[in-house]
Design a protein around this ligand. Structure first.
Ligand code: ZN
Ligand code: ZN
Length: 356
């Protein structure tokens, strides 16, 4: 944590701040180790202070030994006394996380010049440490274990919801502390909805079934999507989509290396899909960072022109094509950006046909 504090403080001159206030759960956890649900971190040049209420005083001392614990006791002076530890008047805050209500509470403290920062530690979080990577590798392995069950689970008559529950159980029983996000099981025409919520639809022969799942281990997440076809043989309509998405996926993975922009990697997948006539059927980005949050920086996206992908980032590659009323295909893997390319962290096979 002292390395992380030094890395944060190295930005203070750029940000023109004397201290940084972190309140969003993922940034807070990354910068301190504290896993509780309520705390403010005040990172000054010469001290780091974690303010929390009596529920968490002991846990904060254990989990965040690099921080002094400031005991919040519901006094109206608490916040002013806490902020006085900043060591200067200019305090940066997370412009994308602070609510209007909290901002009002902060603004009531005279003598502080608040500096809204569009990003704080997100770029630092993008490069994973050995410990973070170890947790993500375990989460990715648990996801592989669960998705390997899909060919047995996905039988005509079972509901999407039942498949999702079996996959969740499999990850939990294999050691996941939780799922990384609500599992997506989207069958038949529902597979054309990228973030479909699994419902009571029963799987049928001839369905495309998209399964998107992830496990959480020590707070770190994994993310994987496989697209299946229920039947021994599929027609040209399915293979046309599947092979295009697969080629787009491989093209994007082949283009990953440190220093490439997020936009360039997105274009490698997107150009192939557009050339196949499906540019309008691929509405989301090609991939995203994964860590304490399921979607975090950096991104493989049309908007990521100024985003440089660093070595040590953990990214998904997940192009998809979605045809309303018919169905969709998405293939998503988790990768580590290495010194000269990318390493697959997920090892699930890409074999879509399920004999029924
Ligand atoms: Zn996913
Ligand atoms: Zn994803």
């Amino acid at each position: 944590m002292t390395d992380r504090l030094s890395a944060i403080r190295a930005n203070f001159d750029d940000w023109q701040v004397d201290a940084l206030l972190l309140t969003s759960p993922a940034n807070r956890r990354w910068a301190s180790g504290f896993t509780g649900s309520a705390a403010h971190l005040l990172i000054a040049r010469d001290r780091a202070v974690l303010a929390t209420d009596s529920r968490y005083w002991e846990r904060a001392a254990q989990e965040a030994p690099a921080y002094e614990v400031f005991q919040l006791r519901d006094s109206k002076d608490d916040m002013r006394n806490f902020l006085a530890l900043a060591g200067g008047p200019r305090i940066g805050l997370e412009a994308r996380h602070v609510t209007l209500a909290f901002h009002k509470q902060l603004a009531a403290n005279e003598g502080v010049a608040w500096v809204p920062l569009p990003a704080t530690v997100e770029a630092l979080r993008a490069v994973k440490s050995a410990d973070e990577l170890a947790a993500i590798r375990v989460a990715a392995r648990l996801t592989d274990v669960a998705v390997a069950l899909v060919p047995q689970l996905a039988r005509p008559g079972i509901t999407e919801r039942a498949v999702a529950w079996e996959l969740e159980k499999a990850m939990r029983e294999a050691g996941a502390e939780s799922v990384a996000f609500d599992i997506i099981v989207a069958s038949g025409p529902n597979s054309a909805l990228p973030h479909h919520h699994p419902g009571d639809r029963q799987l049928q022969a001839g369905d495309i079934v998209i399964v998107d799942l992830g496990a959480q281990v020590d707070g770190y997440k994994s993310d994987l999507t496989r697209s299946f076809y229920l039947g021994e043989t599929a027609g040209d309509a399915f293979w046309g989509l599947y092979n295009t998405v697969s080629a787009a996926h491989q093209a994007a993975v082949a283009g990953i290396r440190p220093g490439v922009t997020g936009k360039a990697v997105d274009a490698l997948a997107r150009d192939l899909i557009t050339a196949a006539g499906h540019g309008d059927h691929f509405g989301h980005g090609t991939g995203h960072g994964v860590g304490l949050e399921i979607h975090e920086e950096p991104r493989f996206s049309r908007l990521a022109e100024g985003t440089v992908i660093p070595a040590g980032a953990v990214m998904t590659v997940e192009p998809g094509i979605y045809l309303p009323g018919y169905g969709g295909v998405r293939i998503e893997d988790l990768l580590l950006v290495t010194a000269d390319g990318a390493e697959y962290l997920s090892a699930a096979p890409q074999t879509p046909l399920i004999a029924i």
